[in-house]
Design a protein. Sequence first.
Length: 690
Amino acid sequence: MPVTVIRDAMIPRGRVDRPGTPIIATTVTIHNTDNSHPGANANAHARALVTGSLLGEYLRSWHFTVDDVEIYRHIPIDEKAYHAGPTANASSIGVEICQNPDQNERLAYENAAWLAATLLHKIKATPNTGLRQHHDWTGKNCPGVIRGRRGAWEAFVADVTVAFAKLSNVGGLVSIRPRAVNFTSNNPEAAAAKLNAALASPIIRSIIQSEFLHAAGGSEIEASASSWLPKHLKAQYERAKSNGWIQPFKDEAKRRGFSPAVIMAIASRETNMRNIIGDSGHGYGIMQIDDRSFPDWVNSGAWRDANLGIAKGALVLGDKRNQVEEGRGKKLKFGSSSFVGAVFNRDQLLRITIAAYNSGLKAYYHFSTSGNPDQGTTGRDYSVDVLNRAKYFDAFLGLSGNLKMPRRHLTSSAERILEAISESADVGNLDHVYELWLGDAIGDFGENTLTSITQESVVSWLKIFSKVSSIAIQSAAPAITMEIYLKYEDLFVKALNELSPYELFAVEDFVSAIQDQGMTFTQMEATTVAAKSAGESDAATNYLPVLAKFKIDQEYKDTRVTRYTGTLVVSDVEGNVVGRFNATTGGFVASYRRQYGPTPPGYFVVSHYRPRTERWATRDGVGFTFDLDEVARTGSRSAFRIHPDGSPPGTHGCIGLTENSAGLQDCCRKLRANLAEVQEFRLLVEYGKS
């Protein structure tokens, strides 16, 4: 069995190639990297994957990369990766085996066999039932190296079977701390001797313990700095109970806005729930308050009272949270390094805060630069370990099991809400943040607006609604907007005139639906100007895959009357063409934008799907709207939308399909499937003679 270094090099969660979609894996799929350049080892592929260098017109990601010395994990095995087609992506773990000529190939395949056996054991499958080639899913000649050699696949399966049997013989997986072995690359005989010695060990190592260390970056996997079992935590809970500390934990947690289970878990991590001096004489009391940071408090002797220690620890934790919140989006300095505080959601804020209890601002620095707040903590697992402990304390306390940050209204004003929307949109996670907490904050703001209506408050509400109109369809926001309009129509109409062209455009469809007369000509002109004068490009959209191309076999002319016809080609997330549809653009007689002509060439972001209202239903029963944001964003939506909405085709938008009912439905299904996979993708409009 190979002895190897096991590392985490995680793709940032929420990026387009790691959306965090949960899966229940039933198989393990083997690939070769198809990269035979010298130096194309696991480290090189991990670096390319994590930094986004592989992002392009279609998605590529996988769970593990293996070579002769290292194994890198990029995505947890219970999350989707994009490696072998939709069916495989939803149910299989992807393993890429390197094929660089400067590696010891035999060791690479032994590593891969051990990894595959470990994963199969983890998901309760066998080599016969759970091992797959990429070829089995899509017909692609992959793993190319293995498939190109007679009998190589059978030999690999046999190696996996042997490793799997060893796992079964020792009663399953035994997690230990992985050790790095100094292989000599030009001396395979020495490496083989070390391997033989390793094979004699009765302990089968497991990388699955890294699921505990849900981290990003390149840290070597380590055991927790203070190991524990559930029975240990139960004993600590009973110790706290017998000492009368449970109520102080509850009181201080409530005062600072945390779950008491989290405060108890920090005490568990720091001292195993004891009131001691630790950390080489620098940590005092049950929460290990540092005498270098709080000398007066420590010197006062207050730490000797565990109740005061709990209160001080909760206060420090709250201060860390405030420091992180205040740094969001600002230029900060850590040591000699400057960084911009990254945007975070509620769960991430909790993780950063816990890590900061151990490492201070370093936690926010590492989150902002690598996505992993634990990178600089003791054991490189502080927040994850604390949260895992907290799950047990949560159960001991009889709480709900919800360890997310209690909802705190971080945005009490329109300005703060708009700031949060802008920050989230800039990093491409507005949908996620809206679902986590921003939607609740906006709803509360809307309810407050209804209780105190002024023209200023209506303008503020419409500015907020314009930013989220495309993602708030199923929330309370449209109902609040409708209620404002019905009760205060005059104020509503006046407020529209105070919106910017971009904001007007974003609420255009909604306003047109509730007002019989729709927008005024002046307002419509303003939205058109907004659509044609986009601001700075959003570089994040360059990462989005190009999953649709509208190809027009004519030269483009910026004319007010020309209608162009062409083909809309739809691909899946891995670049396979799944449909071709007849389409048209420009000159729509029922559109007030007809005078501005067809969609210009370039990239547009398909960011939203929603069903159209009954008043827009068609004779074929097809009513779908795809809103397109320009790469240079103009707000929550831009001027360019696909409206496959019946006869005459394209009536209500800039790109329409000239398909029958079956064609319309097929196209919509495929575009919706893409949105379900990646939430946003790019559409490329191309002109020119073939």
